[in-house]
Design a protein around this ligand. Structure first.
Ligand code: SF4
Ligand code: SF4
Length: 445
């Protein structure tokens, strides 16, 4: 006996009376004819043997893709169990390492306190020893290193030294090694990209851009006064064959209108293809170190609308574009898991990037390893807001950023991941139907 999934979300009903239904737990999307739709809506429970032959295949498909589930399944409990497995059952040690908090840019919204601190060689060696010990003691079978800062490429020698030692250790102990970097892109020359790829096994990098050239250069301010936009774009052109590059485009009230021009610019980069992608993200004022005016930042719902409009514009330019599919996830953020740490240049361990440099919020040190202090317990026992437990969009956002929720006295502001995705689904549907029509026309010819 089957019932409709709690996570079914109906998006549209079009002129043909077809509905688009999305299941936020499986991520499946379907266009459903009116007969099937009515049958499901008119029956609280469905016995496959009673289903009329003409829609039986549809009903079976809907069960396969999670729109219909066994009537005895407690879907919310199933999601809780999967969240616990994702949180406490990981065999990958994830370290985000800041080899320096210094930066060669000074962006007005940066949340980091740019202390002139860089990791000493002594701390780097202690970090390597801590990592080796933690990998073996906890029987991890995989290590993931993310580099960030400040600007991590200011300390390329430290990155290279730590990476080489850990890669060698992982090779000797049959441990998988993966790595990526978040950089402002100013120092990412072709030689550096090759070194990162070959010596440090860094296969992907994220670079931030704030708009077309004029806007970007007023916000992504290079300390040497040079044109940061041109330098970053030239570096992307030079390095894209060596690593996959993802461009994060920061959006707030001051630059949102310029995003259409930026999309036109990206569209003109024909040779970027699948080596370079970009996405829009809101500027958020979450920490005390951030000097940016909160009023300049969009709320999540405002950003969701803006993002949807930008997606529509991209689609109008390129009907073949890869439309992002809303993706279910089991955790709001991996940093609530016990296997994930951020390391600052002094060797302190933290749970969240936003806490880096605030020594009172450390959860250990590379000297001693993690400690179960109050701060650490707070992260490991974090629970998503109660309101989210019942929400049928929960798999899309899992309540959003835990840091933001905890900062906000656990009051909820729904995350933009859970809003605006209807636009993605509408465009996916349009793309699907357009392709079908094209294929049909080809067959007729
Ligand atoms: S943050 Fe909002 S959309 Fe996300 S699970 Fe919670 S209530 Fe639902
Ligand atoms: S808790 Fe929020 S800010 Fe911290 S790492 Fe996770 S998503 Fe980022």
């Amino acid at each position: 006996m089957l019932k409709s999934s709690h996570y079914n979300i109906e998006i549209t009903k079009d002129n043909n009376n077809e509905s688009v239904i999305f299941n936020s737990f499986t991520g499946a999307m379907a266009i459903i004819d009116s007969k099937t739709y009515e049958y499901i809506n008119n029956n609280d429970f469905i016995d496959i043997s009673d289903v009329p032959e003409e829609i039986k295949d549809n009903i079976i498909l809907m069960e396969t893709h999670g729109y219909l589930v066994d009537k005895d399944i407690d879907e919310k409990e199933r999601l809780n169990i999967l969240s616990n497995i994702a949180r406490f059952g990981q065999k990958t040690l994830v370290l985000t390492i800041a080899p320096t908090m210094d930066c060669n840019m000074s962006c007005p919204y940066c949340y980091e306190d740019h202390q002139q601190s860089k990791m000493s060689q002594k701390t780097a060696l202690k970090l390597v020893e801590f990592t080796k010990k933690h990998l073996i003691t906890n029987r991890f079978n995989s290590l993931y290193i993310g580099w960030y800062g400040g600007e991590p490429l200011l300390e390329i020698k430290t990155i290279s030294k730590i990476s080489r030692k850990l890669i060698e250790f992982c090779n000797d102990n049959n441990i998988r090694f993966n790595s990526s970097i978040i950089t402002n892109g100013l120092l990412l020359t072709k030689d550096i990209a090759k070194l990162l790829k070959n010596d440090c096994k860094i296969g992907a990098c994220q670079i931030t851009v704030d708009g077309p050239k004029d806007i970007n250069n007023k916000r992504r301010i290079s300390k040497d006064g040079k044109d940061s936009f041109t330098q970053i774009i030239n570096n992307i052109d030079d390095c894209k064959e060596d690593m996959f590059i993802s461009i994060r485009v920061n959006v707030d009230r001051y630059n949102n209108e310029s995003m259409y021009e930026l999309i036109d610019f990206f569209k003109s980069k024909n040779d970027w293809n699948e080596r370079v992608n970009y996405y829009f993200a809101p500027v958020e004022n979450l920490t005390e170190a951030c000097t940016y005016n909160k009023k300049s930042c969009f709320s999540h719902s405002e950003f969701a609308d803006i993002n949807a409009n930008l997606l529509r514009y991209q689609y109008s330019l390129s009907k073949n574009m890869e439309i992002p599919r809303p993706k279910p996830k089991h955790l709001p953020c991996e940093h609530i898991s016990p296997n994930v740490f951020v390391v600052d240049p002094k060797g302190y361990l933290y749970k969240c990037w936003n806490n880096v440099g605030i020594v009172s919020l450390n959860v250990g040190h590379v000297d001693s390893g993690p400690i179960f202090n109050k701060e650490h317990m707070k992260w490991l026992s974090y629970k998503i807001p109660n309101e989210c437990e019942e929400c049928n969009k929960r798999p899309l956002c899992q309540g959003g950023c835990p840091y933001a929720v905890m900062q906000n006295d656990c009051k909820l502001e729904c995350h933009h991941f859970s809003m605006g995705f209807e636009t993605n689904l509408e465009l996916l549907k349009d793309q699907f139907l357009t392709n079908e029509l094209r294929n049909h026309e080809k067959e007729v010819k």
